[in-house]
Design a protein around this ligand. Structure first.
Ligand SMILES: [Zn+2]
Length: 180
């Protein structure tokens, strides 16, 4: 009797660990904002998968996804969410963070010309500069306009963005010394 009970407890523990692992993998895979091509308009839309919901379903082996956010909502909230097929096919490639990171790789800062290495989003996030030399932070650009923004901006490192912003906001405090 004691051994049967022990076997049941161990089997239960293994099932629980496998379920939790699957849930964690699902959560990590589907969190974050993504850019898809809306099947209805053929234009970019920014969406978010209901990662928490997907995680709960994954624990019982159900891999059906749903959206929790879309830039076309609330107007098109009743759509069939056909764009989920794009996310299931390439979950990483359509992540907004992947698209932005790839854009910086191999490029240099428009001001100091330093190459972008590993990007430190938590404390030194890089920015963009438009043709009017105005630097812009990523949180000012809606994700659905991402591709458009990448076409009309240049990359700027964090230090140059801070320096340029200061220069723009306090021109009276900036003195340009001629180079020797
Ligand atoms: Zn720079």
């Amino acid at each position: 009797m004691k051994y049967i009970l022990l076997t049941v407890v161990i089997a239960g523990g293994v099932i629980l660990i496998v379920g939790l692992r699957r849930a964690l993998q699902t959560y990590l895979k589907f969190r974050g904002k993504r850019l898809v091509s809306c099947p209805e308009t053929r234009k970019p839309a920014a969406v978010r998968v209901a990662a928490g919901n997907a995680t709960l379903k994954a624990t019982v082996g159900n891999e059906q996804l749903s959206l929790s956010e879309c830039s076309r909502w609330p107007e098109r909230e009743a759509c069939g969410q056909e764009c989920l097929a794009q996310i299931q096919e390439a979950p990483n490639a359509c992540l907004v963070s992947t698209i932005i990171n790839r854009w910086y790789q191999g490029q240099n800062c428009a001001y100091c010309h330093k190459p972008f290495g590993e990007i430190r989003w938590h404390d030194h996030p890089p920015a963009l500069v438009d043709y009017e030399r105005r630097t812009v932070e990523w949180n000012q650009i809606p994700a659905e306009k991402l591709q458009e923004a990448l076409g009309v901006h240049w990359p700027v490192c964090w230090s140059c963005h801070i320096a340029q912003t200061f220069r723009r906001e306090h021109p009276e405090l900036v003195v340009d010394r001629p180079a020797h």
